[in-house]
Design a protein around this ligand. Structure first.
Ligand code: B12
Ligand code: SF4
Ligand code: SF4
Length: 303
């Protein structure tokens, strides 16, 4: 019989991605570890409520007959989106990680094609993915609390899928941190909001720029306009990391918005009222989700 993990590894490697597989029997241990960290006081109640309460550790919540979880890291590039404003073309950074649709479709296609199963045999797991990555040996934690995978640094988009397929071996291992972090603290020093802990591998997520600019509403006054560096999210702790050096060069220009189109955004023209072509381009960029805050985020970048 063909080694299923070997076949999956090969199929995903064809598009630069890496996989590991955990048995569902590992979930309880991971949940305990996660809850211990969350209860340690290193995560605020706000962050728990906003992000972490949605995790479902029961395998049955994903799949009643789940036996395994396949964890996948897909390399993504830094994207650049250009906006024309006041006669000038402004390059804005759209960080790796925001394009999900094609990654998910492709993951399902490869899983079902390689394992000869219907796509419904794989259910996306709503879990703390970095922890799953670390426990399977797919990634190591950096001081910036991101997961580093060989061949892609921290630019790996993580996804995980439950399946009822039972594999003959699993990848469970102890969580590791990057050895390079022992003699480095570039991310800690460079973080504009100083939210990366000096004594562990975690951040004060409440203060991370991403926690503000991925959402509508007022950004607190202490967050200085000069801190912002991306259309959504923030690139600083990944950009300064020596382990990402190779992957920083490979940028992808995704789209250019004309002066008129940029005006529509800055004037907050409702998404439904935008010209059809512009709407479909924003949808393709998966920026429809962030459209209501795009004027605010873009204004601060163009000054
Ligand atoms: C909530 C969330 C956020 C929140 C909170 C972030 C956070 N650090 O928890 C906010 C909005 C701030 C955020 C920001 C970003 N996010 Co985010 N986010 C998530 C989400 C939904 C959950 C993360 C989570 O579980 N947090 C809870 C903490 C407690 O979990 P944890 O990080 O695993 O914590 C463990 C470690 O701290 C470890 N630990 C503690 N002490 C020690 C000590 C040692 C020695 C070791 C080894 C480990 C260790 O134990 C903890 C518990 O197990 C995931 C998607 C998902 N479903 O997983 C994406 C995800 C983590 N985000 C991602 C990205 C890309 C980002 C941004 C870079 C986006 C951007 N460009 O701006 C920033 C980076 C901020 C940063 N430096 O972490 C990617 C990360 C990919 C990767 N390769 O790591 C993910 C996985 C999305 C994806 N599908 O790819 N994010
Ligand atoms: S994403 Fe930006 S604000 Fe958040 S921890 Fe990294 S450097 Fe700090
Ligand atoms: S910048 Fe340095 S300390 Fe931070 S994650 Fe990278 S290697 Fe580790």
């Amino acid at each position: 019989m063909r080694d299923m993990i070997g076949s999956l590894t090969e199929s995903f490697e064809q598009y630069g991605a890496k996989i590991r597989v955990l048995g569902v029997s590992h979930i309880d241990k991971l949940r305990d570890r996660f809850q211990k960290f969350v209860q340690s006081g290193k995560t605020s109640d706000g962050v728990k409520k906003k992000y972490l309460n949605r995790f479902k550790f029961e395998s049955s919540s994903g799949f009643h007959d789940a036996r395994s979880i396949i964890i996948i890291a897909v390399p993504q590039k830094i994207s650049v989106i250009i906006f024309n404003v006041r006669g000038k073309a402004v390059d804005t950074v759209y960080p790796p990680g925001y394009l999900s649709r094609d990654v998910r479709n492709n993951n399902l296609k490869i899983l079902s094609g390689t394992l000869d199963r219907d796509e419904n045999s794989f259910v996306r797991a709503v879990m703390p993915l970095k922890l799953f990555s670390a426990c399977s040996g797919l990634g190591k934690y950096g001081k910036n609390q991101l997961s580093y995978t060989e061949g892609m640094g921290s630019f790996g988009k993580l996804e995980a899928y439950f399946t009822d397929i039972e594999f003959d071996r699993y990848d469970h291992q102890e969580i590791e941190s990057l050895p390079e972090c022992d003699s480095c603290s570039r991310c800690v020093k460079s973080c504009p909001t100083k939210c990366i802990s000096t004594d562990g591998f975690y951040i004060d997520a409440e203060r991370c720029l991403t926690n503000f600019n991925e959402y509508d509403g007022e950004v607190p006054e202490w967050v200085e306009p000069r801190f912002h560096n991306a259309l959504v999210g923030c690139m600083v702790c990944q950009k300064v990391c020596p382990l990402n050096k190779t992957y920083l060069k490979d940028k992808e220009r995704l789209d250019t918005f004309s002066e008129e189109e940029t005006e529509f955004i800055l004037k907050k023209v409702p998404f439904e009222d935008l010209p059809g072509g512009m709407k479909s381009r924003l949808l393709a960029l998966e920026l429809d989700e962030y459209y209501s805050m795009l004027d605010r985020n873009l204004s601060v970048l163009i000054g």
